[in-house]
Design a protein around this ligand. Sequence first.
Ligand SMILES: [Zn+2]
Length: 381
Amino acid sequence: MLVSQLSKMYQITFKNSVCLLDNGNLGSLTGGIYRFVPTRSKPVVVNSIVPSAQAKSAIMPSIDLWHQRLGHLSYQTLSTLLPPAAYSRSPVTGSLSCNMCIKAKRQRRVERKPAQRTTHPFELLHSDLCGPISPESASGLRYFILYIDDFSRFIRVYFLRTKSAVEVVSVFQELKARVEKRFPDYPMIRFRCDNGKGEYDNSLFRGILRVSCISFEPSPPYTQHKNGVSERMICTIVTKARALILDSGLSDEFWAEAVNTAVYLHARSPSRAVDSLTPYEKLFGVKPELGHLRRFRCTAYNLIPKAQREGKFGERAKKCVFLGYVHETVKIWRLWDPQSNRVIQASDVRFVEAEIMGERRVGNEEELEILKSCISDLYMY
Ligand SMILES: [Zn+2]
C-alpha cells in the first residue's frame, strides 16, 4: 500500500527506519518496504518511505502509555524493548515515576546466585499454585496455577475453582498435550514443585508423571526456597496484576483477567533471567509483536458486524472495557460488556486509551502491606 493511501486511514510517523501508525502499529523497514502486523486486518505493506507533511504531525504514544500497556514494566526495561521512534518522550531511566508502581511494585532488588540452567525448552518445568484468592472471580475461580519453562521463563497460567487432584491433573494434562503438539522435539523431562501438602502430592498426578517418564522433583520439607523460580514468579505476576487492577480502578473480582494479562505481558517483556531477551523470543525464536498492546481497562468499541445491526440507524459499535489478550494471538482482545455483564472476545475493536471508564477505587491498605511483604525479597525477572 502506498503512503498516500495509508495516510487517508491513519496518521503516520517515520523515524530511524520505523514507521508508526496512530493506532499504535509499528512497521520496520526491510528491503525498502515497511512491514506491519496489523491489529485487526490483513498485513499492511507500505512500499514507499517518503513521509508526508501530515505524517509529521502524528501523535505518538507517550512512554508513560507504553509503561501502562506493558503492565507497568520499568522505564529502564522499556527503553531496551522499544525503538526510540515508538514513543514521544525520553524515558526516566531507572526511576519509578508512576504512582501505581510505587504502590504495587517491589521496593528493593535482591541479587541471587544464578542456578544451573537448562539447555533446551521444557527440560525442566517449575510449577506453583496461588490461592485461595478472595474475592473469588466473577466466574467463581479461586486459584491459579503457573507452569514455567526453566529454559525460556515462558509461563502458562490456568485458573481453578478448587485445588482438587482432579482439577490440577486435568490442567496439567492439557498443558502436556499442548507442549507435545507444539514442541514435539522437546519432551518434558523434570517437574519441580513445592512439597508442602501439595496439590501435586497425590497418586493420580504421580501416576501420570510415571507413565510419561517425567521425573518429579519436590523441594524437601523446610527448604522450599529450592522451588524459588515458581514462588518468585508468582510474586512477579501478582505484583504486575495488582498494578493493573490499582491503575484501572476495576474491582478485585477481575483479578483473573489481570493475572492473565500480566502473564501475557511477562512473555513480551525483557527478562534478565534469559539474558534480557523476552521469554517469547527465547522460546519461539522471533521477537513478539507489540503493536496490538493497549492500556488495561481502557474504553474499547466492539464494532458490530453489518448483519447484526438493528436497521440502518442502529448502533454500529458497542462500548466495552478492555480486559486483555488471548494467549498466542495478536488479533483478538478480551472485552467486558457492562450492559450484558459478559466477557467477550473480539477482533474488530477501536480503542480509546485516554478513557478509563468508571470510578478509581483506592486499594485496600492491608492488602498492599501483604503484597509488599510478599515482594520484599523479589529480584527482577
Ligand atoms: Zn507504573
